[in-house]
Design a protein around this ligand. Structure first.
Ligand code: ATP
Ligand code: MG
Length: 313
């Protein structure tokens, strides 16, 4: 069974009264998230990521399509769905005058936890998110990083089976972003939760996600494991070599996608560096070129993002 099963989801916003403007945020999105996955949705600004999460969190209703969460139909049983998921936004905001522990207690109360359950759960979450020293600090006095850790803790009060994360590390310094990412990675094992995560940061998607969907203008253009996405686009690995001696013609080298020479620096893009490197070096040596320096770089998801963000996609 899928934790999230979405079929043809569509949503158009209409704004303005005299001259209504239509904005298609989702144009028929289908995706499936298996249990225990960390599933990433990446895409440029305005792609429809937040709209999709808002529909799944039952905050917005779709115009068309179907969504089943944990086997429950989203439009027919929204209350039951809500009990079993939680949504964390990178732009979360809580009542400014409430203290950290009070905020967690407040949300736990909304989910119907008893006083005893709340005490246990709040302590657990304070401890896990390293917020215990800040338990009595009012929200408006917290740093951005602490606010974000609190938002994550809040997202766990009801022990959700599905956690929706919307840009969980936006605006954090690299150190804090790493910490939050490590926590997200740990969550899956600790809380046995399935995670659907929207992010702008390709590193984040690459590090955390088993599957990534690339959303643009309300449509999923590609979906798969990060490594598959790269392979599908034929991005290949880059082998850069500093060479002295004669620069040979490399045409005919198996797996070679393209190559270029500039200032004695030879750049070869091959389908897979590990399998092609020996034959490349063999060919260079046989033709009298001497390799002084060698560097292999694999494409990252950023390259995939840049490729799909191009207008022709
Ligand atoms: N409440 C709303 N009213 C009108 N238009 C909206 C509303 N919410 C979103 N939109 C529009 O729908 C489209 C998708 O927006 P959405 O916020 O889902 O994108 P996003 O992928 O989350 O973008 P970002 O990366 O900037 O967060 C955008 O064109 C946006 O302007
Ligand atoms: Mg958004």
């Amino acid at each position: 069974m899928w934790v999230v099963e979405v079929e043809g989801l569509a949503k158009t916003f209409v704004t303005g009264w005299l001259r209504p403007r239509r904005r298609e945020a989702l144009a028929g999105v289908s995706l499936r998230v298996p249990p225990g996955a960390i599933y990433g949705i990446v895409g440029p600004n305005g792609a429809g990521k937040t709209t999709l999460l808002s529909i799944l969190a039952t905050i917005l209703t779709p115009d068309a399509g179907r969504a089943t969460l944990l086997g429950l139909d989203l439009t027919r049983e929204p209350a039951a769905v809500r009990q079993r998921l939680n949504l964390v936004s990178g732009h979360a905001n809580f009542v400014w005058s409430l203290q950290v522990a009070e905020i967690l207690d407040f949300y736990a109360r909304l989910y119907g936890l008893t006083a005893r359950e709340r005490r246990v759960r709040v302590e657990e979450l304070l401890d896990w998110c390293e917020l215990t020293p800040y338990r009595a600090v009012p929200y408006n006095e917290l740093s951005t990083g602490l606010k974000q850790r609190l938002a994550l803790a809040k997202g766990l009060v009801n022990r959700p089976e599905l956690l929706l994360l919307d840009e969980p590390t936006v605006g954090l310094d690299p150190d804090m972003a790493l910490k939050v990412r490590a926590q997200i990675a740990e969550l899956r094992a600790r809380e046995r939760v399935t995670i659907l995560l929207c992010t702008h940061y390709m590193r984040e998607a690459e590090q955390l996600c088993d599957q990534v969907a690339f959303l643009k203008r309300g449509l999923i253009l590609a979906e798969g494991a990060p490594a598959d996405l790269k392979r599908r686009l034929g991005l290949g690995d880059a082998i850069r070599l500093r060479i002295t001696g004669r620069l040979p013609d490399l045409a005919g080298l198996p797996g070679l996608l393209h190559w270029a020479v500039q200032d004695g620096l030879l750049t070869c893009t091959v389908d897979e560096a590990a399998t092609r490197l020996p034959s490349l070096l063999g060919m260079l040596e046989a033709r009298g070129a001497r390799v002084e320096e060698l560097r292999v770089t694999e494409p990252d998801l950023e390259d995939v993002f840049v490729e799909y963000a191009k207008p022709h996609h």
